[in-house]
Design a binder for this molecule. Structure first.
Ligand code: AMP
Length: 226
C-alpha cells in the first residue's frame, strides 16, 4: 500500500478520508492539526501560543511543525503505510519532508490534492463536529457523515464538539493563508509527477472510491459514471 500525503484547502475532507483509510486498510494517521490540538489540550505555554495562532487562522512556525513531524515519523513503525494529513503546508516544509523521506528510504508515496471550491469548503467547516476522544469528524449537513444519534460520537458515545477555528471569519482567514502558502506546493509536486487530483466537491462515497483507485493503481471515476 502506498504512503499518502494529502494537500488540501481547509475542510476539503482530509480528516474524513483519513478515517476511512485507517479503518479499511490500517493506515497510520499522522495529522499535524491533531498533534497541535493535543498540545493545546495539555495547556502548556507552547499550547497557548499554538491556540492563539490556530484560532486566528494562521500557521504555526515551520520549525515547530517540522520537529513534530520528524518525531512522529521516527516514532511510528514506518513499515506500516502512513497518511500525512496537514503536512507539508509550505514550500519549506515540502523540502524538509523530501529530506526526511530520503533519510528514511521511503520512496513509495503519492501526493493527493483534494480540490474543493471556497463555498463548499465553508459549508463543510460550518457543519463539522468532532469527537474529542477519538477525533473522528462528522458533518451535520451531510447524510453520510451525520452521527447516528444527534451530537454523539457513534463509537465513543461522548458529546461532539465544534472546533473553535470553524467559524466563518476564521475559516476565510485559514483559506487565505492556504492560498498564499500551500498553493505553491501543488506545482512543486505536479512538476515532479507525484500529484494526483481528486475532486473533493463530489459526494463522499465517490471521493472514497477515487482514493481507493489511486492507492490500488486503478483509474479515477467521474460523477454519474458506472
Ligand atoms: P487542520 O486540522 O489540518 O485543519 O489544522 C488546523 C490548524 O493547525 C491549521 O489551520 C494551522 O493553524 C495549524 N497547522 C496544521 N498543520 C500545519 C502545518 N503543516 N504548518 C503550519 N500550521 C499547521
Amino acid at each position: 500500500m502506498k504512503n499518502i500525503i494529502f494537500i488540501a484547502p481547509p475542510s476539503a475532507g482530509k480528516g474524513t478520508v483519513s478515517d476511512y483509510l485507517v479503518k479499511k486498510y490500517g493506515y497510520v494517521h499522522l495529522s499535524t492539526g491533531d498533534m497541535l490540538r493535543n498540545e493545546v489540550a495539555r495547556g502548556s505555554e507552547l499550547g497557548k501560543e499554538i491556540d492563539t495562532l490556530i484560532s486566528a487562522g494562521k500557521f504555526v512556525s515551520d520549525e515547530l511543525i517540522i520537529r513534530l513531524v520528524r518525531e512522529a515519523l521516527l516514532k511510528e513503525d514506518i513499515h506500516k503505510p502512513f497518511i500525512l494529513d496537514g503536512f507539508p503546508r509550505t514550500l519549506v516544509q515540502a523540502h524538509q519532508l523530501d529530506q526526511m523521506l530520503f533519510l528514511l528510504k521511503i520512496i513509495d508515496y503519492v501526493v493527493i490534492y483534494l480540490d474543493i471550491n471556497l463555498d463548499t469548503a465553508i459549508k463543510r467547516a460550518l457543519g463539522r463536529v468532532v469527537c474529542p476522544k477519538c477525533k473522528r469528524s462528522y458533518n451535520i449537513y451531510c447524510d453520510e457523515l451525520k452521527p447516528k444519534l444527534d451530537n454523539l460520537c457513534d463509537e465513543c458515545n461522548v458529546l461532539l464538539e465544534k472546533r473553535n477555528d470553524d467559524t466563518e471569519e476564521t475559516f476565510r482567514e485559514r483559506y487565505q493563508t492556504y492560498l498564499v502558502n500551500t498553493n505553491p506546493i501543488i506545482k512543486y509536486y505536479q512538476d515532479r509527477g507525484l500529484l494526483v487530483t481528486v475532486d473533493a466537491t463530489e459526494e463522499i462515497n465517490m471521493v472514497y472510491q477515487n482514493i481507493d483507485a489511486i492507492i490500488n493503481n486503478r483509474s479515477l471515476k467521474r460523477e454519474n459514471e458506472e
